[in-house]
Write a protein that binds this ligand. Structure first.
Ligand code: KIV
Length: 275
């Protein structure tokens, strides 16, 4: 079924404009990540508002420890799979490490690739005030941009840890300043990761664009989690902000063990499962 591009009923296609109206109405925005078509379709059918094709693909699909080695090719490939499964949600593609930091020409070219080759409707990048000109150019070209502040996993080698950010007044002030600068540059929303909830509440109240939190408390305009974490497929990292809505790792292990047992014991396939 095709969706009308804009409707306030909550049924039509989610746009950046709709997300802003949701903030104005105080209606929470529900966002999750996806990396393939089937997962994206299930999320879309469940009524998710925004699907992020995150560079977290590195940790939950590629089996790596950080997001820094993900390439544009990886992101374009996964985003194109996700796009096929989605009718309603807004699809946002992460720009990977070093695809937008060198200069705004490269950033614009790579943002364009995500839209033209993968079909996403917006891109996300990590960083504050210093990305102002880059964001302005991408937005001017017609591509909505989502910012990302607080814990920025692409900077893990600078931080040396995934612990909560902005616990000092200097860093908290930087987050406040960066949020205003991102809004000024034209981002349509900001992901705010792993900062104290009081700071997240302040930032959320200080901007007119939606702030979507991950480990940033309940006062944000919306919430996002990595889907493989909330499903309990990946349980290697266990930050307290991840609520496990399922333990699919256990369910999958049970199914795989049963299958191996059934094949080994000639229980599978049965006469009914044969031609
Ligand atoms: O890559 C990702 O999945 C993200 C979310 C954690 C927001 O950036």
């Amino acid at each position: 079924m095709s969706q009308s591009p804009e409707s306030d009923s909550g049924i039509g296609k989610v746009t950046t404009n709709r997300l802003r109206k949701m903030k104005e109405r105080g209606e929470p925005i529900a966002a999750l990540t996806a990396y393939d078509m089937i997962m994206a379709r299930l999320l879309d059918e469940a009524g998710i508002d925004l699907i992020l094709v995150g560079d977290s693909v590195s940790t939950v699909v590629q089996g790596l420890d950080t997001t820094v080695t993900v390439t544009m090719e990886h992101m374009v490939y996964h985003a194109s799979l996700v796009r096929r499964g989605v009718e309603r949600a807004l699809v946002v593609g992460d720009l990977p490490f070093m695809s937008y930091q060198v200069n705004s020409d490269e950033a614009l070219r790579n943002a364009g690739r995500m839209v033209k080759e993968a079909g996403v409707e917006a891109v996300k990048l990590e960083g504050g005030e210093w990305l102002g000109e880059t964001i302005e150019r991408i937005v001017r070209a017609g591509i909505p941009v989502m910012g990302h502040l607080g814990l920025m996993p692409q900077s893990i080698h600078k931080y040396g840890t995934y612990q909560v950010r902005a616990t000092t007044s200097a860093e908290a002030e930087e987050v406040r300043r960066d949020a205003l600068a991102l809004e000024q540059a034209g981002v349509f929303a900001i992901v705010l990761e792993k900062v104290p909830r009081t700071l997240a509440a302040e930032v959320t109240a200080s901007v007119s664009i939606p702030v979507i939190g991950i480990g940033a408390g309940p006062e944000c305009d919306g919430q996002i989690l990595v889907t493989h974490d909330m499903l309990g497929i990946c349980t290697r990292f266990n930050p307290r902000f991840v609520r496990r809505y399922a333990r699919l790792d256990q369910e999958m292990a049970r199914a795989f063990h049963s299958y191996v047992g059934d094949v080994k014991s000639h229980e599978f396939p049965s006469a009914e499962e044969s031609y």
